[in-house]
Structure formats: C-alpha cells, structure tokens
Design a protein. Sequence first.
Length: 374
Amino acid sequence: MRKVNPFKPTAGAEPPVLAGRDAVLDDFEIGLEEGVGASGRLMRITGPRGSDKTVLLTGLGDIARQRGWRVVDVTAAEHLPQLICRRLEKTDSVDYSVELDLMVVKAKAQKDEPHKTEDIYEALERVAGKLTEKGKGLLVTIDEIQDACVGDVREIAVAIQHLIRERRNIAFVFAGLTAGVMNLLGEDGPTFLRRAYPEELDTIPVDEVKTALRATFEKNGVRIDEGALSSAADSTAGYAYLIQLVGYNVWRAAQVRGGGEFDAVSAKDVEKGVVAARREFERTVLEAAIAHLSKTAMEYLVAMTEDVLTSSTGEIAIRLGVPASSLSATRKLLVSRQVIEPTARGYVGFSIPFMREYLAENREALLARYGVEG
C-alpha cells in the first residue's frame, strides 16, 4: 500500500510535528490556566516568512478549542473590525445556547433598530460575556497584521483592553513580519498592544529539527539512519518552512525509488530530496522575496554577497560608489520586506537562509535583468 507523505510544505498547512515551538504553545496554555490578565492571553508572534507564524496560530486555536473556548481566526484585510464581527456570527465552534442568543439579539436589533450595526466591542463583549459565564472563553487571532490599517487595529485593541478590565475570558494573539509589526506598533500604534507578550520565532536548533524529522518518519513506519538524518536536518538551516520542504522531498525521493513501497530512507534519497527542496525554496521563497525590487535594491543585495556573514553599510556604499546617506531608503525597504535585517549599528545581514548563495550564484543574470554590468 502506498504510504501518504506526512510532510506539509504548503503555506499555512499544519505539519505533523511543530518543531521548536513548544515554548510558545506552553506560554499560551499557561495563560489560559492563569486566568484573566495573564500575559499568555495577549501575545504577539513575529518572525520572517516561513517561520511557522500561521501554523502556530492554528496550534494555539487547537489548544483553546480543547478547553471549550470559541476561536475566531482572521487574516488582516480592509475593515478588520467588521470582518471579526462577521466571523463571530458565522463560527460554528460554539455551543447552541450561545448561537441561539446571537440569533435572538440579531433578530431583535433588526426589528427595533434595522439600521444599527454592532461595533467590535459590542460583538466581542456579547460572545465573551456568555462564554465567561460558562467558564469558557473567546480567542481572537489575526494573521499578517502588518497589512492592517492602524486605525482598525487601534479599535480592536481598545475593545480587547476594555474586556480584560471587565474580567471577560478573552485572549488575543496577532502575528506578522517582524519589521511590519514593529512599524504598526510604533508611535502612532495602539499602546496597549505594545505590552503584548513577545514571541519572536528564531531559527530552530538542528537537534530539535532532527528530533522532529525522526519522529515524523518513524511514526509513519519509515527508518532513517543517523547520518542521513543529520544531513537532512543540516540542510534546513533551522528554517521552519525548509523542514517541511526537505522532509517532503526526501520522502518523495524514497517513494519514487521504491515504486511507492519503502520502509527506509537512504543517503541517496536525502541527497536527491535536498536538491529538490532547495530548488523549490529558491522559487517559492527567495525569488518571491526579491521580486519587483528596484535596480538600486538589487545592486545593494549583490554587493552584500561579497561578505561572509554581515555587511557594513558604509562598505556597501563604497562598493556601489555612492554616499552612504543615499542608500538609507533602500536599506529601509529591504528591512521592511524582511530580505535583510540590522545586526548591529551600521551592519546588516540576510534574513532568509541561502539568500546570499542564491544571489552569488545568479549574480550576472540578476544584474542583467536591470541592465547593470556585473
């Protein structure tokens, strides 16, 4: 019988093992246990693309549902408060009595005040209040929050803050790209959300990657020796998306070799799988990250490839033959898109693994695309 590939490299898909994120799950679960006002009930999750932010939100929702909580998940869009209100009405994961209350209140509102619509506070208070009386609660999660309007986020934050003060069982978790979230919570952002418990998703230690890969293979009846396992884990650079991508392609290589029937992964399977995974990673992550950049931004990135680890912003300017001050906007753009990140004052590094190698290998073609001589 053909074995089903357990690895899930599709964006947002929940992997069989959530590697290296136990601390975030634990912080949230403890927050639910500790009650109203606990830090784990107000959380911000940040990190680069492919670092498991969306998957983590799904995991937190699962924890809340297991405790009988209602969960409303949204992705940032226009009119975000209204979107949450609509989801509150449509979500099925709530007991019948609460749904009935929603229907009665809505019908009454339509009869008595047909043109009145609920604001975000009223919608959240009505549902969270009923759930709190039953010893349960409401979790609201927002993904890609860096794309939201500051005014919308402030409106939601004010509503959540009031509900916490009123001792309602409500939890709020938002996730997004690090630079974007920090900009959103800047001087004009909602002060209340700056106090949210921070969870920055760094790269995952290789030992934890090995544990996750081994557990997934063995759970599905497939053996992998230590050498092959180490090679597969090392190739991921601890990047969450690459863990799934490498696992998927290694499994696929073994499956093709065995004609669908196999019970072990060989070193050759790992070699082929890693090559395929890296190719797909370049297409789906690296190329997407640098798509539609300006000529100056591409020159900036290529200039960085001459360094081994981090790059001096002053040295980059010298290589490009321009004043350092003229590159400030370019640097800011690349940081906001999470292609590079500040590592120290006056120094930057690549945010995404293997970006340096990709740019160096494709230097001539990338520069030619912008009419720049290499």
